[in-house]
Design a protein around this ligand. Structure first.
Ligand SMILES: [Zn+2]
Length: 107
């Protein structure tokens, strides 16, 4: 999970930033990432870099599944959920595994 942060810092450096005010990461509910751990990793990683004074903001992405029976999407908290309409077990994950850079605010 540090790679998303490392990548953000790298991009800021390439863009010629003098400092990074904010990094926004998009984290899926099923990505396995613990937000507190990510904040902690950010502090450690940002120390002594352009982002030392910056903050990490996390955008949570709920897990969404596709139900082929109903041809609709539904949100669920975990992999083993069922469609609220027809009760078919979730099979196709459409969103929820994200761990990516959403945006960044630099000076
Ligand atoms: Zn269904």
């Amino acid at each position: 999970m540090q790679s998303a942060l490392t990548q953000a810092l790298e991009e800021a450096r390439k863009a010629g930033a003098s400092r990074v005010n904010e990094i926004r990461l998009r984290i899926g509910a099923l990505s396995g990432v613990v937000p507190e751990a990510l904040q902690f990793a950010f502090q450690a990683l940002a120390d002594g870099t352009l982002a030392a004074q910056g903050r990490l903001t996390i955008e949570h992405v709920p897990a969404r599944f596709w139900c082929a029976q109903c041809a609709r999407e539904f949100e669920a908290a975990n992999l083993f959920s069922e469609c609220p309409q027809c009760k078919t077990p979730s099979q196709e994950l459409r969103a929820g595994r994200e761990l990516e850079l959403a945006s960044m605010e630099i000076d």
